[in-house]
Design a protein around this ligand. Sequence first.
Ligand code: PLP
Length: 412
Amino acid sequence: MSVIYLDNSATTKPSEEAISAALSVLSSEYGNPSSVHSMGKNAADILNSARNSLLRALLGDEISSRLPKSSALSPVAPQPYGRLIFTGSGTEADNLAIFGVTQHYLKNAEKYKLITTDSEHPAVREPYEYLKSLGFQTVYIGTKNGILDMEQLKSELTPNTLLLSLMLANNETGAIYDVKTAFSLAHEISKDVICHTDAVQAFQKTPFTASSIGADMISVSAHKVHAPKGVGALWISCELARRSRIRPHILGGGQEYALRSGTENLPGIAAFAAAVDANGGASAGKAFTERCARLRCVLRDALPNGVRENIPEGDYLPHIASLTLPIPRSQPMLNYLSSRGIYISAGSACSARKPTVSAPLLAFGLSSSDAAATVRVSFDASTTDDELTEFCNVLGEGLATLYGKKQQTPIR
Ligand code: PLP
């Protein structure tokens, strides 16, 4: 049975370049980057070069000439390009950003405000809930129809706002939030507010750089961009690093500028950088969007009657399609498609095993019953027109088989 993989927002297939970089480190460059002998130095050079790849992809190629050429030259003091901290996942990068910033304020938590959206991934939502239980004032900005409520944000931004964490693109609807305007508003109100974006879904899928959105911290994850699972990164601005505004929550040997101790996962990190370079580094987002916008039209034209696309009102990632089906629950359809070798998901992969209705879909404006009948299709630049058409045909068959609904696939 051939496989049609349409769950790329849950995870992506590692690229050849990523696999070969990981294998090379595992088989020959297996030194510890912190060791002082030459095997350690080789490993440190691989780490340095991987860090530079991520910095170029997040800040733009123009910073290339300023990056350290070898690990021996890696600066201790923060440089204009800030710090890139490798972590064990996108979740850990989000946690480091949120707990790293708030740790210093725990004693007077009730004096400080933390703002986020009502449709964040649990990697941000859960730390916010925890910090609320410790006394911080937490505020959730609405994202109805995929639009960040700027009026609500304006009224909530006060000089005691410590952290504004807004995802760049939503993992369930693909909505791209206008974080640039939000961060600039926040910096106008208080120069001390720290602006973080969870860019796990947006990285390499839509064009942006740290300066184009005005972020102070950015989280990314390797397995969403054709590298292995278990690696992420947090970029922090030079200003934050210089003023030591972020503190570690993993203490130990002082790796990653003492912000994330623990021997680095070098095979995974090398693979992350190789995948990012192969995707096109800082240019990856533009090319990906162009390719996927065309594929989205193919999907749209072939959808069976009765299937509703939940299209954000503003910008969105074209490769993520949220579809509400004319059935009571999405799970039997996921099973049906899976039995035919087609893989999609219900809402986000992380919440798929929990019987709760997706908070981001409710925040988008769906009723609970529509949210329970909603699936997420997320394709990739390598997805073909035929795969999308086949998915739509099988979806139509599934609706007829499981629910006896006569489906007409539009004639193309
Ligand atoms: N943030 C967003 C928006 C995500 O979609 C995900 C994963 O789906 C994460 C964070 C967590 O990333 P990781 O799986 O690397 O922990």
